[in-house]
Design a protein around this ligand. Sequence first.
Ligand SMILES: NC(=O)c1ccc[n+]([C@@H]2O[C@H](COP(=O)([O-])OP(=O)(O)OC[C@H]3O[C@@H](n4cnc5c(N)ncnc54)[C@H](OP(=O)(O)O)[C@@H]3O)[C@@H](O)[C@H]2O)c1
Length: 375
Amino acid sequence: MTTGRHLYSKVTKENTLEIFLDSSDTPMPNSQEVVVKIEATPLNPSDLASIFGPADLNSVRASGSGDSAKITADIAPPLMKLVKTRIDSAMRTGSEGAGVVIAAGDSPQAQALLGKVVSMAPGQMHAQYRCVHFAQCMVMPAGISAKQAASSFVNPLTALGMVETMRQEGHKALVHTAAASNLGQMLNRICISEGIDLVNIVRSEAQVKLLRDLGAKHIVDSSLESFGDDLVAAMTATGATLAFDAIGGGKLANTILMAMERVALSEMKHQDHYGSSVHKQLYIYGLLDLSPTILNRGFGFAWGIGGWLLPNFLQRSEPALIAKMQQRIASEIDTTFASHYSQEITLDEVVSLAALKQYNKRATGEKFLILPHKI
Ligand SMILES: NC(=O)c1ccc[n+]([C@@H]2O[C@H](COP(=O)([O-])OP(=O)(O)OC[C@H]3O[C@@H](n4cnc5c(N)ncnc54)[C@H](OP(=O)(O)O)[C@@H]3O)[C@@H](O)[C@H]2O)c1
């Protein structure tokens, strides 16, 4: 029996959120299962959202040390309704990661994984060990390390899912916001390799440079006064009618739909006061700005806004499509689907105020990788 540490996030009925580590025995694998020694697991924006929930991070304080170290933050009473199902039940965190298979059940499929570097996304991955069904593992090619494989599910499948959604819904080009993110960089590499036009919306000159160096053709900087016109020019050049928006709050979604409509109207022979008949679709797939989404609806009547979530996309996709995507991810994990981390930290450091202030910034190029066995 292997004992390992897990990271927990707990909401208390005293209107606080606590983050701490605890140890437990790893289950023995049944015939179909393997035990993975997790060597690297990222702190994705979605992980940070579930770890901290609606807690007020201006109120964070640390207590205890070593195994009893804890971070506590207050939750404003009106926001407790958002987490009422979590009260007093400690939740293990971490969506994905990678490591080495150290024990396996007696089925041939489980045995075949012994000693291999695998990645997986079964949840509860901010931990030292995880026992999972063999089919949940993505086997990495020889020579790929757990660090390289740590982010091989969430962002790679989402980037591929965006392109697939574009094809399924009959669009020919894409718009992407917060486009210098790890995911945005992957999406650029995919689009460049497949000859798909992609309009990248970023918010600084440094991000423009980052994407230009990657080979991106259409980059629009929302911090410039010319943003609206630049966006229309990029939409005209690409014909993009589908956008994936990681930001969600504020007026950006409106600006994108307005730009698409301006292009559609400019191509119409006869004006119609109901707007163009070109369908414009925007999916909000992230929560980077929690303020309300502001729409003035000045973009006609042929439009849609919806949410887009990877698990829902996977649920409605054919298993053969998902298998094909996973094969591509494994074979291109150090190129197309490579992730960048600014720092590697231990599990203990996750529960420290100094590291929290850094990893919770969610800034470009500042993603953190947890190495659960590093001391
Ligand atoms: N729906 C799904 O199924 C799904 C799946 C995977 C990922 N996601 C989402 O995809 C997004 C990117 O993930 P990632 O792992 O690639 O992130 P990442 O590498 O950590 O990058 C985050 C990016 O967001 C930008 N950003 C943060 N706050 C912003 C704001 N208010 N306005 C504009 N830009 C902002 C940062 O730019 P600055 O440096 O300028 O702050 C940075 O470029 C996240 O929102 C994540 O939740 C969703």
